[in-house]
Design a protein around this ligand. Structure first.
Ligand code: NAD
Length: 388
């Protein structure tokens, strides 16, 4: 447990149904964001979320540009294109509209356009705190919590390495957290992003870097996900469930950003970088197995998770509550049809030949050091094989 933590959060959090309508007043409150570049993806354009935002800006007489070339797991090359668009249009701020991918791209453009443009200069363990341009994050997935975190995850295109850059520079200036924007998510994305949120809550709570502050966020995050995940998965129009999951994602972001992620995320990233498994899904594929692996090293903490999620009774022993957590997690992945790595369609020979590299990349991210049970490279390879 850390003695003292420095919590860095956005200046404004506009939270609740219909919050996106407050965008013009948030821009006004920031003051220095007069001409924003909207960073988003083609799906956001197609489903009308971009039009929702541009209608508001038009009405308020705010001029803007649109960069819609973000893709899932954004690369440094996409960021370079965004920086060129920013300069070309003379924009002074960014609106990240979408899931973690557009929001992280917006963060990267904001910081890298004002500092080094080489992504490798932001590589951990260094922390980067020099601020960039103002960023307004408008999440639409209820998953990553990127709207409140001091992280930004970018894939280095040349090496396919996925790096998680850290520092106060990456905390957005404002976040607009409107669950109505998540109503359009299909069941697969709903499940994957909610299981990503759940992983944030659990890893933040068991991490060696946890604090009293992150504990409170993590427990509420887990409570909300377990209460609403199945409802939202089965009925995408259930606004109460969407609202609960949206808040859970933000709390999960505050939790892990002020504690840490651990072995699950470390092993999940190489699956995204090398095999393009969506981020939430790769976490979901690993969540039950790695929790089982780590359980005995922090049984009381995992038991708390199990109780918070309503999987164990308050008077269950820690051992029983821990076992119920693992079986509950397997149950979620079954109900929500999370495929195994093999079912996802990765070729076995390709997977086998990447195992050592994936294990090395997982270790070099630093996150496994925060896991309650330290895993050797050989154990990580074995865990990947079990998840296959
Ligand atoms: P994403 O942004 O990659 O989007 C996944 C897909 O969902 C895209 O096709 C997108 O268009 C679609 N989508 C998004 N919102 C939708 C909606 N409302 N309706 C229909 N479709 C919608 O997904 P993500 O899981 O939010 O983000 C993943 C990225 O975030 C990864 O690169 C991951 O590493 C990163 N990440 C960042 C942080 C952080 O703190 N910065 C934390 C965790 C993960």
């Amino acid at each position: 447990m850390q003695d003292s933590v420095r919590v860095c959060v956005p200046r404004f959090l506009q939270i609740g149904r219909g919050s996106v309508s407050k965008l013009p007043s948030i821009i006004e409150a920031i003051g220095s964001a007069r001409r924003p570049l909207i960073v988003t993806d083609k799906v956001m354009v197609a489903i009308g979320h971009v039009a929702r935002v541009t209608d508001l800006l038009d009405e308020a007489g705010i001029s803007y540009g649109i960069f819609d070339e973000t893709t899932p797991d954004p690369t440094d090359i996409a960021v370079q294109r965004g920086i060129a668009a920013l300069r070309e249009g003379g924009f002074d701020s960014l609106i990240g509209l979408g899931g973690g991918s557009p929001i992280d791209t917006a963060k990267a453009i904001a910081v890298m356009s004002q500092n080094s443009e080489n992504i490798l200069d932001y590589r951990p363990p260094s922390q980067f705190n020099n601020s960039g341009l103002p960023v307004i994050a408008i999440p639409t997935t209820a998953g990553t919590g990127s709207e409140v975190t001091h992280h930004m995850v970018i894939v280095v295109e040349a090496t396919q390495e996925k790096i998680s850059c850290r520092g106060e520079a990456f905390v957005p200036t404002a976040a607009i957290i409107d669950c109505e924007l998540t109503l359009s998510k299909p069941p697969r994305i709903t499940a994957d992003t909610a299981l990503d949120t759940l992983t944030h809550g659990i890893e933040a709570y068991v991490s060696e870097k946890r604090s009293l502050f992150s504990d409170r966020m993590a427990l509420d995050c887990m409570r909300l996900v377990s209460k609403f995940i199945e409802r939202a998965y089965h009925d995408g129009g259930d606004i109460e469930a969407r609202e609960g999951l949206m808040l859970a994602a933000t709390l999960g972001g505050l939790a892990f950003s002020n504690s840490s992620i651990c072995l699950i995320h470390a092993m999940s990233r190489p699956l995204g970088a090398l095999f393009h498994v969506p981020h939430g899904l790769s976490n979901a594929m690993l969540l039950p197995k790695i929790t089982e692996f780590s359980l005995s090293s922090s049984i009381e903490r995992y038991a708390d998770c199990s109780r918070a999620m309503g999987l164990a009774a308050e008077d269950d022993s820690a051992e029983l509550a821990g076992r119920k957590l693992v079986s509950g997690l397997f149950c979620y992945t079954e109900i929500m049809k999370v495929p195994s790595i093999s079912e996802f369609g990765i070729r076995k020979e390709e997977f086998d030949s990447s195992l050592d590299q994936m294990a090395k990349d997982a270790i070099s991210s630093g996150a496994p050091r925060n896991n309650p049970r330290l895993a050797t490279q050989a154990e990580i390879v074995e865990l990947y094989q079990q998840a296959w």
